[in-house]
Design a protein around this ligand. Structure first.
Ligand code: NYM
Ligand code: MG
Length: 213
């Protein structure tokens, strides 16, 4: 059986890293082969440019930084495909949904969701995307946002609105399961596991092929 592609999305401070780690551990305990990755991958050359932009150490125009984030995913795509083919499930902390939404949230008149989607087309499409939902205000209460670009209330509120649009009206809307992330870590973890086990089971039972964006 092929591996599955499972993505976590959400605002900064929604708890994605914690829930990714817990899911990886839990699936491994079930005897599954799992690889955990994260975008942006700050270690590759494109990732180093992204890192310096996010930290405010360099400037990029909105379109260029968008393409760098996309490039960062394309660099990883062959190894994702190979693992999935060989039966390893990939859990990703942020993917192209963040790519589209954060770029479009800047309200640049020539960079809307449609433009942002273009460079992502052809990447492997998730079997499921778990949106850990938290309000921008609650996110800010969790020890506050950091100092990186985009980590402010106004931007996060706009990001959440656009995620809402993706989940309701985009062609990808059925990829999403929204989980309320304001609850306890253990409760969220349980919900995540239920949702993931169901989605993975469905791929196997119906022999669903991996799709592409
Ligand atoms: N981000 C992340 C984007 O703007 N576009 C993308 O394609 C991706 C994957 O980078 N605020 C933004 C969202 C985050 C920031 O991610 C760094 P993280 O998960 O906080 O390290
Ligand atoms: Mg962050």
């Amino acid at each position: 059986m092929r591996g599955k592609l499972i993505v976590f999305e959400g605002l900064d401070r929604a708890g994605k890293s914690t829930q990714c780690n817990r899911l990886v551990e839990s699936l491994q305990q079930d005897g599954q082969k799992v690889r955990h990755i994260k975008f942006p991958d700050r270690n590759t050359p494109s990732g180093q440019m992204i890192n310096s932009y996010l930290k405010g150490e360099s400037q990029q125009n909105d379109h260029v930084i968008h393409l760098l984030f996309s490039m960062n995913r394309w660099e990883a795509a062959p190894s994702i495909l190979k693992d999935i083919e060989e039966g390893t499930t990939i859990i990703i902390d942020r993917y192209y949904y963040s790519g589209c939404v954060y770029s479009a949230a800047k309200n640049n008149p020539t960079l809307n969701l449609k433009w942002a989607h273009g460079p992502e087309e052809g990447l492997p499409r998730p079997d499921i995307c778990i949106f850990l939902d938290i309000s921008a205000e609650d996110a800010a209460k969790r020890g506050g946002f950091g100092s990186e670009k985009y980590e402010n209330l106004q931007m996060q509120a706009r990001v959440r609105e656009l995620f809402g649009y993706l989940m309701q009206s985009s062609p990808e809307k059925d990829d999403f399961v929204r989980i309320d992330a304001a609850g306890s870590l253990n409760h969220v973890q349980q919900r995540v596991k239920e949702v993931v086990v169901k989605a993975m089971g469905r791929v196997d039972a119906e022999h669903l092929p991996l799709r592409f964006i």
